[in-house]
Ligand binder design. Structure first.
Ligand code: HMG
Ligand code: MG
Length: 299
């Protein structure tokens, strides 16, 4: 059966805007996040405390985060790769973080300048300290369904990194299809394998990029398997600067349209959400790739 409620983890301001060529002014980012929160998104991933040379688009994290002071920081996760990143986040009052590992060696090198195991070792003190500070910790896994350099990714590799991140103390995991190569059968196989390995489905979220148009179908497969946390980006913004073949995430509006059509609650006001994405698309100077945003904007 399908769940009655799904928690959408909005990643547009982080995963979306990290990949925009244009420099988006900090004030625009802040307004976008406020609009998303006002549309009812329970969680809005705000920014990353990474090296500014690695992701220049998010180099304004120190300026942006204080502009969100009226929102509960437990609704505003931030990406943190290492202890330096955690210190920066803590100094600004962040209460929820995500570390981001890779299932493949190629992407671990490209994204974190580390091997898979070296990155896990880098996260270990970060997760420990964050838990001591009573923060909520998410662990991302990239390239769970395919890798641009290595091709198909063995399920056993995903299982290993999942278990390692849970052992570090992550509260939840997000299974990333960074390049959008996965298909629904693959999703089912992976979730079944994780179940068998003792990874509770309740701790898993899914993070689909829509490169091959499979994101919504993959999400449906995950829902059928009991997953209730789904990542999406408003207006379908997104990609990854260190994986060139990646396009945007599953669009939040397309997801909400499907979920509400299925009678699944999200707490989201689709009209307000669409307005936020259309507003940002106007600012970026190109139409949103979300089919639902386009359809509702033409009404
Ligand atoms: P490195 O070059 O190995 O860094 O990069 P290092 O540890 O050798 O340190 C070098 C210098 O950087 C030092 O300064 C550090 O202080 C500084 P120096 O002593 O030379 O003056 N430094 C920092 N400065 C600010 N903030 C920090 C920080 N850390 C070190 N946090 C590093 C390693 C992890 C820093 C780098 O590789 C990095 O920043 N990577 C981030 C890449 C990234 O953000 N990618 C996008 C997010 S992942 C994603 O999008 C996938 C996802 O959506 C899921 C999916 O779709 O699959 C989540
Ligand atoms: Mg992503």
């Amino acid at each position: 059966g399908l769940p009655t409620r799904v928690r959408i983890h909005e990643v547009g301001p982080r995963d979306g805007l990290q990949n925009e060529q244009a420099v988006v002014p900090t004030e625009v980012k802040a307004e976008f996040i406020h609009r998303l929160a006002a549309a009812g998104l329970p969680v809005v991933e705000a920014t990353s405390f990474v090296h500014p040379k690695w992701v220049p688009q998010l180099a304004d994290a120190e300026q942006l985060f204080p502009m969100l002071g009226d929102l509960d920081p437990r609704r505003l996760p931030v990406l943190v790769p290492n202890e330096r990143g955690l210190e920066r986040a803590l100094a600004l009052g962040a209460r929820r973080i995500a570390v981001f590992g890779s299932v493949t060696e190629s992407f671990a090198k490209a994204n974190l300048n580390r091997t898979v195991d070296e990155s896990l070792a880098m996260f270990e003190p970060v997760v420990r300290r964050a838990r001591d500070e009573n923060m909520h910790v998410r662990g991302y896994l990239s390239m769970c369904f395919g890798d641009p350099w290595e091709g198909p990714v063995p399920i056993a590799q995903v299982v290993r990194v999942c278990r390692a991140l849970l052992e570090l103390g992550c509260d939840e995991l997000s299974l990333g299809d960074t390049i959008g190569a996965g298909t629904p059968g693959h999703v089912q196989h992976l979730l079944a394998a994780l179940n068998e390995a003792g990874v509770p489905t309740t701790r898993l979220g899914v993070h689909f990029h829509d490169t091959y148009g499979q994101a919504l179908a993959n999400t449906f497969a995950a829902l059928q398997h009991g997953v209730t946390t789904v990542d999406a980006s408003a207006g379908g913004l997104g990609g990854c600067p260190y994986a060139k073949s990646a396009t945007g995430n599953l669009a939040t509006e397309d997801l909400v349209w499907m979920l509400h059509g299925l009678g699944i609650e999200t707490g989201i006001d689709l009209g307000r959400l669409t307005e936020a994405s259309a507003w940002l698309a106007g600012f970026l100077g190109r139409p949103s790739p979300s089919r639902t945003v386009r359809a509702l904007s033409h009404k």
